[in-house]
Design a protein around this ligand. Structure first.
Ligand code: SAH
Ligand code: SF4
Ligand code: F3S
Length: 478
């Protein structure tokens, strides 16, 4: 599903968009960063910008005036990587014009391919993985002497907790805060554990302090980020202890507790989070959401497949029934909660009947929104080693079309249900389609457009929804 034009959340993993991130200009050498992939990659680019601006760089929106070009990459599906290769070809022309230009590849594709990337893409000077961004000033210095520079070391501790991100491309109202890095789940289709390493939780105090600082600077919404936020656990160190003692567990902070701490920063600071994992999402988290008005009633709960045998092969750690129980818990504890999902079609050996189970589950849940993909085999993953990628592209495509068509209907039903209801909207900016309108989101994460009057970004406004398009609700302030 497409996000609307108004959306600031750009997530390649889910919708194939990319953005140029830039900050304030100042003197000195200039850095241009382009980011692809999930929200975490965008958040990481803000860490990268911070590390380099501390080392005399300024950021620029103009690629032509850059001394250093970074491309923060995604490896989740083959087409994500192909897009980046296409972009690197375009950088070649820039290098032709400026032979001193340095090109660095950052992020998940860098981590996956390591030095192979230097062999395959001759214009690349620097290859750096997601845990090595503190080393960037050294790597740039090395590249400036004409050598290739590589650091793809993964870490068991790094969370960049002490680095104050330079907010890039920011609307000044909404911001991301990373709470975990890496992933310890070995979903058989997924490359992330290989590109981002072991799961680490970030110290709760540093998360709360970042939220407080954002609030003090006028921000009104934070999104807590992790591949599986429900597995957040701080036991005095980042890496989860194998066998924490009773005392360590009593003094630990889990996700429900972290959520509460962030919600307490201010009732005027909205809190969102992504991504929830069906196997780990507890009722405690749901009760905490219900308890605080400023924790948004929206859960992104990727299901991947509606069939238990396929889920087992995917190594997701839950069955269809378990997932349905989690949906029922959400409906019971947080009535009116928005729910979205991710779906993969044509996973290894998926039969047509099993695909129909995905369809029936989608109908049963009635998702507000979904991100849908064809299975793409990724090197090194369990599925690549153990299973045959045996569903023809054509069949993957047909199944994908079927889930997309269904989701369009479900989103339409969901939007029409909102017509006639009033929602509290946090204004994020001027509508792209009309200067006379502003847009914002309701708690359920739906974009609502309404006449501007005197409203400005950061205002909370009660809006009566009067109409809708497939992607947006339209209303008026009441
Ligand atoms: N940590 C999140 C997912 C991050 S990746 C979670 O567990 O839900 C975002 C989405 O990309 C996944 O939910 C999945 O639907 C999709 N995806 C991941 N690997 C894929 C692959 N090999 N082929 C197709 N889609 C994939
Ligand atoms: Fe990948 Fe699974 Fe981890 Fe999500 S939870 S990042 S799909 S391994
Ligand atoms: Fe892509 Fe890496 Fe995110 S593979 S989805 S950028 S964690």
């Amino acid at each position: 599903m497409e996000l609307t034009n108004e959306s600031k959340v750009i997530d390649e993993a889910r919708q194939g968009e990319a953005t140029v991130v830039t900050g304030e200009n100042s003197s000195g050498r200039k850095l241009y960063i382009e980011s692809y992939g999930c929200q975490m990659n965008f958040s990481d680019s803000e860490i990268v910008a911070s590390v380099l601006t501390d080392n005399g760089f300024s950021t620029t929106k103009q690629m032509e005036e850059a001394d250093v070009i970074f491309i923060n990459t995604c490896a989740i599906r083959d087409n994500a990587e192909q897009r980046i290769r296409g972009r690197l070809k375009e950088f070649r022309a820039a290098k032709g014009k400026n032979k001193d230009l340095i090109v660095g590849v950052l992020g998940c594709m860098a981590e996956r391919l390591k030095t192979k990337l230097l062999e395959e893409e001759k214009i690349v000077d620097i290859v750096v993985g997601p845990d090595a961004y503190r080393d960037l000033p050294n790597l740039v210095a090395e590249a400036e002497t004409g050598q290739k520079a590589v650091n793809v070391q993964l870490s068991k501790e790094e969370t960049y907790a002490d680095i104050n991100p330079v907010r890039l491309n920011s609307n000044g109202i909404t911001a991301f805060i990373s709470i975990t890095r890496g992933c310890d789940n070995m979903c058989s289709f997924c490359v992330v554990p290989f590109t981002r390493g072991r799961e680490r939780s970030r110290k709760p105090e540093s998360i709360v302090a970042e939220a407080q600082e954002l609030f003090d600077n006028g921000y009104r919404e934070v999104t807590l980020l992790g591949q599986n936020v429900d597995s957040y656990l701080w036991t005095g160190g980042g890496l989860k202890k194998e066998n924490p003692s009773k005392e360590e567990l009593e003094n630990a902070t889990n996700f429900a507790q972290l959520l509460e701490k962030v919600a307490l920063v201010s009732p005027d600071l909205r809190v969102r989070f992504s991504t929830s994992h069906p196997k780990d999402m507890t009722d405690d988290v749901l009760y905490t959401m219900a308890k605080y008005e400023n924790i948004c009633n929206y859960i992104h709960l990727p299901v991947q497949s509606g069939n238990s045998r396929v889920l087992e092969m995917m190594n997701r750690g839950y069955s269809r029934e378990w997932y349905m129980d989690r949906i029922e818990a959400i409906r019971r504890i947080i009535p009116g909660c928005g729910i979205s999902t991710d779906i993969i079609t044509g996973f290894c050996s998926e039969t047509n009947e099993e695909h129909k189970d995905t369809i029936s589950l989608m109908e049963w849940v009635g998702y507000d929104f979904a991100y849908m993909f064809k299975y793409s085999e990724r090197p090194k993953t369990l599925a690549q080693r153990k299973y045959e990628d045996d569903i023809p592209e054509e069949v993957k495509g047909e199944r994908l079309k079927e889930v997309i068509d269904l989701q369009m209907k479900l989103s339409d039903v969901s939007n029409k249900k909102d017509v006639g209801h009033t929602f509290k909207v946090l204004v994020e900016g001027t509508s792209k389609r009309s200067d006379e309108h502003v847009f914002g989101r309701n708690s359920q994460n739906k974009v609502i457009v309404f006449p501007k009057e005197n409203y400005k970004p950061g205002d909370y406004v009660n809006v009566l929804v009067q109409d809708c398009t497939p992607a947006t609700l339209l209303g008026k302030a009441v």
